[in-house]
Ligand binder design. Structure first.
Ligand code: FEO
Length: 168
């Protein structure tokens, strides 16, 4: 049985993961319409993964006698300026998600909920991997520069390593 505090904060996370999925879907659309099919595929896969994170939370909340809340998801931006700006935004967003996962861990500690604390550790590890994967892509972008998007776009799926970037 979840405490009200833990149930509420997990439901906030359901919304954040849903937004992440929408954000990355919007980025996929932007990349695809800019002729960057490789980058688009990376973001389509990423959007699926975020939906999986959301579903994981939904199922856990219900399984523990709580009730998952499905609410309207905020509309994501549609313009991203450049590939580099877009990936900087991804990193910033993932750091925001990491902070909210840490808040869940803290809520579990406050509520003495060892079960959820144990369960949420999967997300803690996932966030380390997601941030690292995005940082690696930004490093690569710095190397190839904005003028060689062809190469980056061609290679990006091959750079899907562990964590966020790999299919769960
Ligand atoms: Fe589900 Fe990218 O955090």
């Amino acid at each position: 049985m979840l405490s009200k505090k833990v149930e509420d904060i997990l439901n906030v996370q359901v919304d954040k993961e849903g937004y992440s999925s929408h954000l990355y879907l919007s980025m996929a659309v932007w990349a695809e319409t800019e002729g960057l099919g490789g980058i688009a595929d990376w973001f389509y896969a990423q959007a699926e993964e975020e939906r999986m994170h959301m579903m994981k939370l939904v199922r856990y909340i219900n399984e523990r006698d709580g009730k998952a809340k499905i609410i309207a998801i905020e509309e994501p931006p549609v313009e991203f300026g450049s590939v580099r700006e877009m990936f900087d935004k991804v990193l910033e967003h993932e750091k925001f998600v990491t902070a909210s996962i840490n808040d869940i861990v803290q809520a579990c500690i406050d509520e003495n909920d060892h079960t959820t604390n144990n369960w949420i550790q999967w997300f803690v590890t996932e966030q380390i991997e997601e941030e690292a994967a995005v940082k690696a892509l930004i490093d690569k972008l710095k190397l190839v520069g904005e003028h060689n998007m062809y190469m980056f776009d061609r290679d990006i799926m091959g750079m899907r390593g562990g964590g966020a970037a790999s299919a769960e």
